[in-house]
Design a protein around this ligand. Sequence first.
Ligand SMILES: Cc1cc2nc3c(=O)[nH]c(=O)nc-3n(C[C@H](O)[C@H](O)[C@H](O)COP(=O)(O)OP(=O)(O)OC[C@H]3O[C@@H](n4cnc5c(N)ncnc54)[C@H](O)[C@@H]3O)c2cc1C
Length: 405
Amino acid sequence: MRSGRVDTDVLVVGGGPAGLSTAHTVASAGYTTLVVERQQSVGERVRTSGVTALRTPAQLGCPAWLWHELGRLRFSTLDDDVILECDPRPLCVLDVRGFYRWLADRAAASGAEILTGASATEVRTSGGAVVGCSLDLGGDQIEVAARVVVDASGYRAVISKQARLHRGFSRFGVGAEYELIAPRVAQDEAVIVLSERFAPCGYAWLFPWGQSRARLGVGVHHADVRNNPRLELRRLFASAAAFRLDLTSASVRESHFGLVPAEGRPRRVAADGLVAVGDAAGHATLVVGEGIRIGIRAGEIAGEAISEALKRGRTTRDELGAYERRFHREFDRDLRVGEMINRRLSRFGDAEWNASLRLLRSLPTDLVLAILESHLPRRRMLAWFAAHPMELLRSRGLGRAALGL
Ligand SMILES: Cc1cc2nc3c(=O)[nH]c(=O)nc-3n(C[C@H](O)[C@H](O)[C@H](O)COP(=O)(O)OP(=O)(O)OC[C@H]3O[C@@H](n4cnc5c(N)ncnc54)[C@H](O)[C@@H]3O)c2cc1C
């Protein structure tokens, strides 16, 4: 076993989208940045379905071959389907592994060092401030001294919990997914499956991403229910035809499994020498458990606040709190609305889902997309329901949730 010591301005724990975005931003500002990722390579294990707004990769300048555009959204229950044609195309499915590696290359090109196969094991503090972390590199121990540590470790929020920034999470979206080669799946249509039998207290999905590839998954909420999504997925795969999904000749190429926090963001995500971003800060919006877009944006905001604090030579909670305040201004309402809708939907059974389909059929497509992103234009929503009052009554919950009632 070897040991050593490294000094850096910023240590980022976790090479997911939030950590890599933070690293790119601080390294671009000229600060020494070390990203540690416990997997042997970035994106090695896929834990996400990779659906996001098309603007997410496009605005970053990511090459177009790393995403697959979707032109149609279908919501399906056992009884019914609603199909929404989307023009222009607002959503895409990412080549998750390729996109995460592209984010890592971008951070490295800005000057960040990316160390894989390296786990942050213990946070180091001095006088109440976080000053670094111990790393385990497959048996070798390294001490990293950092002026700022960024917890981007995902749903476990390991660093935040150790440093008592927040207590971590107890409610999660838990998902299991097959990566399929499915020659008969329509390649421009994303399907969301709503069924208490196949995805109790959650939903299921089929997301194509080009060249006959598609991700079939089931997500449920623990601890609201204890169903194992892997078993539900196996049942859905066998019964896909019940939802008009054509998986003839489909074969499983990979299995994915992951968790996303589903209980709102902690009050504090910055402390002396420490910030938390992405899932480690509860940043996913919860209508559909969407965290990639917001994690990347949180990383940009955090990276800017960290760079400003380093420039002033003070990395206290007061200085790093600029990140908290800016993130709050941009996303707090969406996160609160998303959590409220999520808790309402997780109690839906088949009768409520069928009623929701009627509402989704009559709502303008851009409002449906806004609900999915938890970004509700309240005035437009109110105006629409004022003009269609019966839809509010018939929708049995979804309409009221969308209005925040
Ligand atoms: C089944 C499922 C489907 C989803 N589908 C979508 C979707 O379609 N669209 C969407 O936008 N969001 C989706 N999400 C949510 C999205 O995946 C997350 O919100 C997003 O990945 C959060 O990014 P992150 O960088 O914060 O964390 P992560 O992507 O979880 O990255 C954290 C990284 O930290 C590493 N790490 C952890 N501990 C340590 C340690 N001690 N030392 C070093 N490294 C460590 C991990 O290996 C990991 O690579 C889904 C989530 C699940 C579970």
